[in-house]
Ligand binder design. Sequence first.
Ligand SMILES: Cc1cc2nc3c(=O)[nH]c(=O)nc-3n(C[C@H](O)[C@H](O)[C@H](O)COP(=O)(O)OP(=O)(O)OC[C@H]3O[C@@H](n4cnc5c(N)ncnc54)[C@H](O)[C@@H]3O)c2cc1C
Length: 317
Amino acid sequence: MDFTPSAKVTELSGRVTEFMERFVYPNERAHYEAIEASGDRHHRPALLEELKELARGAGLWNFFLPHPGHGPGLSNLEYAPLAAIMGRVVWASEVFNCSAPDTGNMEILAQYGTPEQKAQWLDPLLAGKIRSGFSMTEPMTPGSDPTQLKTRAVRDGGHYVITGRKWFTTGAMHARVLLVMAVTDPAASRHKRVSLLVVPIETPGVRIVRALPVFGHVSGPGECEVAFEDVRVPQSALLNGEGEGFAVAQARLGPGRIHHCMRAVGMAERAVEMMARRARTRMVVGGLLAEKQMVQDMIATSRIEVHAARLVMLHAS
Ligand SMILES: Cc1cc2nc3c(=O)[nH]c(=O)nc-3n(C[C@H](O)[C@H](O)[C@H](O)COP(=O)(O)OP(=O)(O)OC[C@H]3O[C@@H](n4cnc5c(N)ncnc54)[C@H](O)[C@@H]3O)c2cc1C
């Protein structure tokens, strides 16, 4: 397969790289210092909004959506090199309005949302004005098999009443809306039991319990445990019909999982660069680290592994 980027992607890659060099890398320290100074690990520094304005003004915005009406209209494969560049700084994707879980939520709102859902939630998400969460995974069922979900959404007149518990809802702390997967028909076939509901975060009964640690680390956006206690939403909250939740979620998770890989490749590229730079400047017994054969071998091995990961990621894209 030929992974040579198109002229359009080459041009965009150059512009995203230039933006990162001018505005993102020089602000990395300030970003973390602002979080530190706030005393709240979930604090969102004002700097983020300033950088978003700059990126949006420069037309470096919403690269992830294939629909040309919402951005440059790139395929998943074309998006990959851009996501890798943004992934070099863990919070940079948001600067370009390309961060999870908003990206996946925008994809399905764009594809399946009613005109009202689009006006209320998609438009402000596309503009980077609000954030959102995706509540699928539950403590009591395997996240790898969402056909087993237990959270219920029971019809009550013109409403659904949602009861259950989710966890790992990334970004719930700052979200204005959650897309919630809940069982509407327990007796239906495996892939038709679940529906997706659009739930404003301030709906009575939605309660953020805590942000969970992942490998001992509690992230800025927060992987949240969220309780749904008799949460009443109108029938119009349904996204793409009853029983369609599994299919819609797959449409979202397919590209979404690869997007994580794209960012991880960029992050790994940067780690190798940092390793090589360190080796060229660190004097140890008998000379520079870079002159030690074992160190050269480790750096070369890492370089090969990252390149292989990039090719696998591009192939999957
Ligand atoms: C940083 C982070 C962010 C996340 N963000 C979100 C989010 O925003 N929204 C959301 O809903 N969820 C989110 N998740 C949850 C994620 O989707 C789940 O962790 C994932 O789907 C796996 O589910 P689980 O943790 O319940 O593991 P399980 O499904 O219980 O799997 C446990 C282990 O069993 C293995 N396994 C499963 N099935 C099989 C099988 N058939 N054969 C062999 N091995 C198997 C798995 O590989 C895994 O190692 C997030 C998770 C993390 C770590």
